[in-house]
Ligand binder design. Structure first.
Ligand code: NAP
Length: 294
């Protein structure tokens, strides 16, 4: 392997440690940053993420509340829970774990969250603020994590051509916004690709920094990466593997072994973007508590 590994787990741990003094300062003022996570249904991956989020909060001395609702919960009942959390003074940030069951309108639920408590940054008010560079807006945790990981790994975005594959509201689009901001972790020239992009390899091969968030296992092959590029793989996909006890393994959207022969730096899956996402969620909850306290 030629590329240097970007260790998301290690960077996430050091960033969590940096958050501690701020949490302590808030606690000293009588404000214990509180994060609520609402989970509807039994999706196994969501259950794992929700558990990890609760645990991470507790480790940092934050208040955490997990509300587990049955898969058949009605939209009205879920909106009732959101309204209760909107009014709960112990809760500064909250999120409703996605995806939601089909009978619930995701947009209506996300829009019901008070923008000042919207730790995931999916409410249009925060989307707007992030897009115009207003620092009081909550940055969605995954692209925020990718941006911070690049900064900490010494990958310069200023003036770099960043190609993002994927235009979802959760990853691709806000990623482009953050990279266009002025200052550290921004100032990039950004191209966003999606399923209608023609000759995607010709575009990805131009990237100094390639960020992939497609949900397509190992789609990006080594010959789609520019020699020396930094590669960030956001994808998390389960692929069948009868040789392991669980019967599956996790792979990214990038064919890691091939890309690692061409890139200068690369994130692994797992252990890359995932731990950063949870860390940035904690940052958002602390930001919400700070904004609430002032
Ligand atoms: P999504 O909403 O399904 O969006 C996928 C994007 O990829 C879409 O914009 C789609 O284009 C594009 N795409 C799909 N097939 C393509 C193709 N053949 N060529 C070019 N573009 C293609 O997914 P998402 O929520 O952004 O998530 C993407 C991946 O990241 C998933 O594997 C997810 O599990 C992972 N993820 C990881 C974390 C983490 O913390 N590690 C967090 C969030 C997501 P169109 O818009 O044209 O359909």
């Amino acid at each position: 392997m030629r590329a240097e590994l970007i260790d998301g787990k290690k960077i996430a741990e050091s960033m969590r440690a940096e958050l501690r003094p701020e949490i302590e300062a808030l606690r000293a003022k009588g404000v214990v940053p509180g994060l609520a996570v609402v989970l509807v249904g039994e999706d196994p991956a969501s259950q794992v993420y929700v558990r990890m989020k609760g645990k991470a909060c507790e480790q940092l001395g934050m208040h955490s509340e997990t509300i587990r609702l049955a898969a058949e919960t009605t939209e009205a009942d879920l909106l009732g829970v959101v309204a209760r959390l909107n009014g709960d003074p112990m809760i500064h940030g909250m999120l409703v774990q996605l995806p939601l069951p089909d009978h619930i309108n995701e947009t209506r639920v996300l829009h019901a969250i008070l923008p000042s408590k919207d730790a995931d940054g999916f409410h249009p008010e925060n989307v707007g603020k992030v897009s115009i560079g207003d620092p009081t807006g909550f940055r969605p945790a995954t692209p925020y994590g990718v941006q911070q990981m690049l900064v900490k790994a010494g990958v310069t975005t200023r003036g770099a051509h960043v190609v993002i594959v994927g235009r979802s509201n959760i990853v691709g689009r806000p990623m482009a916004s953050l990279l266009l901001h002025k200052g550290d972790g921004g100032d990039a020239t950004v191209t966003v690709c999606h399923s209608r992009t023609r000759d995607i390899g010709a575009v990805t091969r131009q990237a100094d920094i390639l960020i992939v968030a497609m949900g397509k296992p190992e789609f990006i092959r080594g010959d789609m990466v520019k020699p020396g590029a930094a590669v960030v793989d956001v994808g998390v996909n389960r692929v069948d593997d009868p040789s392991v006890e669980k019967g599956y393994r996790l792979v990214g959207d990038v064919a890691f072994a091939e890309a690692a022969e061409v890139a200068s730096k690369i994130t692994p899956v797992p252990g890359g973007v995932g731990p950063m996402t949870i860390t940035m969620l904690l940052y958002n909850a602390v930001q919400a508590a700070r904004q609430w306290a002032t």
